[in-house]
Design a protein around this ligand. Sequence first.
Ligand code: PEP
Ligand code: MN
Length: 356
Amino acid sequence: MQSALFNRQPNDKPYLISGPCSAETEEQVLDTCQRLAATGKVQALRAGIWKPRTKPGGFEGVGTKGLPWLKKASELTGLPIAVEVATAKHVEDCLAFGVDILWVGARTTGNPFSVQEIANVLRGVQVPVLVKNPIHPELELWVGAVERLQKAGLEKVGLIHRGFSSYGNTDYRNAPMWHLPIEMKRRHPDMPLLCDPSHICGRRDTLFTVAQQALNLGFDGNMIESHQDPDAAWSDAKQQITPEVLKDLIQALVWRHETTDQREFLTALASLREQINQLDAEIIQLLGRRMAVAEKIGEYKKENDITILQTARWNEVLERAQRQGNSVGLTPEFVEQYFAAVHLESINHQNSVMNR
Ligand code: PEP
Ligand code: MN
């Protein structure tokens, strides 16, 4: 079955792949998929057949016996089906059952041996393959996986942004780090790019915002997990929604029919804003480090009974900053205001050291 994800026209509506995280039973697959088809919003069905689990003993997917269930769902709904593959055997089984779209999961993308194994078995076959970003924020691994598949002769290779694991992040299951898919889109402007809000969010209440942001950034659509009874799902229960909730979510998404020019404009704007976000994040990190050094100085001052405020030193810092600021186009007023705030914050940090 043809999927309309490739060769998209500028005014095509966003593509949506949906289905359960995992195929669990025939009844669950058929009920979920038929309800999804009834929404009229879904262009392809998904279900995990083999589930990569961090530790053994969890639900590792129903395996090959789930493929006929998906095939039946496809026949009943007229929709193409998508399945995650991680080994040559998975690919062979999927091809034997006529799976329309394959995708490479995040854990697999990060492993060049596995990607090569998949690429080798796909040599000479024309089936669309979507490559999820690797778990870690390393763009080159994502690029490399795409190249391995293309080198095997695959012409329909697409991308799925599913977020990146990051230390200390609490808002998302996988932080979106939008600058990375944006850079990927810059390098592969004609490659379909979908967002996977389910695995980015890990919860239901933020799915809409992420799905909308993806459309705002000119993504071609979304992959969102849906389950007949989300709370009872055997995997990823917290992030799944019913087909009916999904319909409301999709209906609420704002999607402007863009001309090609507008799309370029939005991508350019998004790219620049992501650069700003990145730079701001770096500035914040640097300020944090600066405060840590100031606290160390505070400890020495405390040990040696020296006052926190050293006027000569402060003048020296400010003068140097104004000279440097001038050379990159910053006004002396701005530099003074900015450094006054930074200096005050340093004093406060040193004060708390003194009061310990
Ligand atoms: C999935 O889509 O079910 C999945 C396992 O996703 P990821 O590879 O992004 O973790
Ligand atoms: Mn999942």
